[in-house]
Design a protein around this ligand. Structure first.
Ligand SMILES: Cc1cc2nc3c(=O)[nH]c(=O)nc-3n(C[C@H](O)[C@H](O)[C@H](O)COP(=O)(O)OP(=O)(O)OC[C@H]3O[C@@H](n4cnc5c(N)ncnc54)[C@H](O)[C@@H]3O)c2cc1C
Length: 645
């Protein structure tokens, strides 16, 4: 067991995990209703985590300011979530329970998450669905009116609630409906088209942010009694990912540079079912929801070099490799396992689709059996919009030809370190949703991100942020406080420095090169030598960014090139930390697969003796970052080899 860092106190309640959250909540200090309006809470991000936190805290009576770079809160990346949201309601009466969702989450994350947090998530999942139904979210229903369920990877029950392939959109409409009600009531000040570029820290406590107004170019400060970051994940470090084009790491990265420790940055999820890239100029990849694996069978031609169209390959010449290798979970193995297996076979030259040097980049996801069993109409009713999207992008009709899919960067389990109350190592700075490192350990199970974002925003932060306010009644910070002025000056200097480079290469070009480097060195598979080499290549690329960036000043306030350059600049720092983290973690766990550490049958080989901990990195100005450890203790679920066979 590794030693605990004094910097990391997770504030775990202790005692049985099943009652930990209740005991924690019962002991938290409260703010009386009449006093709440004296406190201002600043939320960055209007996705599910941010919108639900802002709406709930405003409903409680706090004054809330919400900052987002979108023109409408409803454009947050959460809107893109497709497949569904988990909850242990056992509506399908197939043996589900809070205990089972808890254990699935701990195991799915390969025993690299806190037990107490995972249990709390499973408990809250029930209330989340009730809450969303009350908001009017139109979940799919059975003929009799009860909520419908489907299954996602890494589980053997049906606990995923969904609204066709638009679950995120419908949930976000529910959350923003609640938010806009508070805006209308004057309790939430909605600040759109504002890009947070710096955190303001006063006497060691988070007290506000510096934003750039994307319409006027002005730098503004907003102060508060507590700051909540709900700014999403950082998969766009890989350039090509399923995330929205604008998703970025700036809010968490600038906070990290100010003192917030960054946990498990190398834990990133490469999703197995995405549409493979079409050409070199593509800037985004499209997800095909994991829900399709409920009914779709994944296969490849059994013979290397078999170029026949899929419908002409007879059954006995097909390799349903997930069903063959994992007879128990079959096509529903977790994402990390499915992605790794698909990539291995494609590297062997068995991939399908346009052939590069190493064969095609893709495997088939075939709905033919499901259509034969349940009929075309049933499949269209379940996945209609996904299938339509696939056909529009590829030109193939997935109802007659198998979909061609390949793994792509999708979700980041790493993020800012937070304690059980969601507070970072900077007092007063809370981190919610995908932006924190959270409960998913080394691999998130499908349909658990929406659950976590809503748990953080609707239930956890609204209990723990008031406790912080009650115990730290700080005076307001004026906009001209020296810390605010210093933060604005720092942003100004940064922008001027980027403009002064005067090179020839646009930020996008650097981003593409960075993404290539990261997917090759720190993607599905990693190795010590490759990671070390990548650190050198990254340093060179970064040096060239500071010498050859082209950022012309057209004298206009609206400047998307500047926004990109600032984001790419931050992604360079984060990429380096990811490489260091992947190098330091000399084991394979979940999505972090080190080639040197695998079992004889190619599965991830954990090293619980040396690595049963959360790694959290501290930034040191002008020096190498320091790696801290928070040991993980398992009292309810015994760490075992993750076996999906
Ligand atoms: C294509 C796709 C499908 C998915 N499907 C599912 C699914 O079916 N089920 C599931 O559980 N999960 C799914 N996920 C994952 C899930 O959607 C996300 O993890 C989740 O929505 C993140 O929510 P969030 O509130 O943390 O962040 P986001 O929704 O990403 O919101 C971030 C917010 O922060 C703001 N922001 C960020 N940085 C700044 C800044 N510097 N200044 C100002 N504002 C800023 C943005 O404007 C935005 O409002 C999917 C993900 C993708 C990519």
């Amino acid at each position: 067991m590794s030693g605990a860092s004094p910097r990391l106190d997770p504030q775990l309640p202790g005692g049985p995990v099943a009652t930990a959250w209740q005991r924690c909540r019962d002991g938290l200090p409260l703010v009386a209703p009449g006093n709440r309006r004296r406190f201002t809470i600043l939320v960055v991000g209007s996705g599910l985590a941010g919108a639900s936190a802002a709406a709930t805290l405003a409903e409680q009576g706090y004054r809330v300011r919400l900052v987002t770079y979108h023109d409408s809160p409803r454009r947050a990346h959460s809107v893109a979530a497709q497949g569904g949201i988990n909850a242990a309601r056992n509506d399908a009466n197939d043996g589900d329970s809070i205990e089972r969702l808890f254990r699935d989450t701990v195991k799915g994350g390969d025993f690299r998450a806190r037990e107490a947090g995972c249990h709390r998530l499973a408990e809250l999942s029930l209330a989340i669905i009730d809450h969303c139904v009350a908001q009017g979210v139109p979940f799919a229903r059975e003929y009799g009116g009860t909520l419908a369920n489907r299954s996602f990877g890494g589980t053997q029950v049906s606990r995923t609630f969904y609204a066709r392939g638009q679950t995120g959109q419908q949930l976000l409409y529910g959350a923003t409906g609640a938010l806009l009600r508070q805006v209308e009531a004057g309790r939430v000040e909605l600040l759109t088209r504002r890009d947070m570029l710096e955190l303001i820290v006063v006497d060691g406590v988070a007290r506000g942010v510096v934003v750039r107004d994307q319409r006027t170019g002005a730098l503004e400060t907003y102060t508060a009694h507590a700051v909540l970051l709900a700014s999403g994940g950082y998969s766009n470090v890989y350039h090509l990912s399923t995330n929205a084009l604008k998703s970025n790491a700036t809010a968490i990265w600038r906070s990290h540079l100010q003192g917030a420790l960054f946990a498990n940055p190398c834990f990133t999820q490469i999703h197995p079912t995405c549409i493979p890239p079409g050409d070199a100029f593509q800037s985004k990849l499209t997800l095909m929801s994991e829900s399709l694996r409920n009914d779709g069978r994944v296969w490849l031609p059994a013979r290397v070099g078999d170029d026949r169209p899929p419908e002409r390959i007879p059954e006995h010449e097909r390799d349903y490799f997930l069903e063959r290798q994992y007879p128990s979970f079959g096509n529903m193995v977790p994402r990390d396992v499915a992605s790794r297996r698909a990539r291995e076979l494609c590297l062997e030259g068995r991939g399908v689709g346009p052939r590069g040097r190493s064969g095609g980049q893709g495997v088939y996801l075939d709905l033919a059996d499901a259509i034969a069993r349940e009929g075309r109409d049933a499949i269209v009713a379940r996945y209609g919009n996904l299938l339509e999207m696939y056909e529009r992008i590829t030109g193939d009709d997935p109802l007659t030809t198998p979909l061609r899919i390949y793994p792509a960067p999708h979700y980041t389990m790493g993020g800012l370190w937070v304690d059980y109350r969601l507070m970072s190592t900077i007092p007063g700075l809370f981190v919610l949703g995908e932006a924190n490192f959270s409960e998913h350990g080394a691999n998130r199970l499908g349909a658990s991100a929406l659950m976590q974002g809503l748990a953080d925003g609707t239930f956890i932060a609204p209990a723990t942020v008031p406790a912080w306010l009650a115990s730290h009644p700080l005076p307001p910070v004026a906009d001209d406080h020296p810390a605010c002025r210093a933060a604005v000056a720092a942003v100004d200097r940064r922008i001027s420095a980027l403009r002064a480079v005067g090179g020839l290469r646009p930020a996008d070009d650097f981003h593409r090169a960075l993404g290539q480097l990261m997917i090759n060195a720190c993607g599905i598979s990693r190795s010590g030598p490759r990671l070390r080499q990548a650190l050198g290549e990254l340093a060179e690329l970064r040096a060239s960014f500071s010498e050859d960036l082209s950022l012309p000043d057209h004298g206009t306030a609206i400047d998307p090139e500047l926004e990109k350059a600032l984001r790419v600049d931050d992604l360079f720092g984060l990429a380096e930390l990811m490489l260091r983290d992947a190098l330091a973690r000399e084991e394979s766990c979940g999505a972090h697969f080190r080639q040197e550490h695998r079992t004889e049958d190619g599965e991830a080989l954990r090293d619980d003796e040396r690595f049963c901990h959360i790694a959290a990195w501290e930034h040191r100005q002008g020096a190498e970052p320091v790696r801290h450890q928070e040991p993980l203790v398992f009292t309810s679920v015994k760490p075992a080899r993750r076996d999906y066979r």
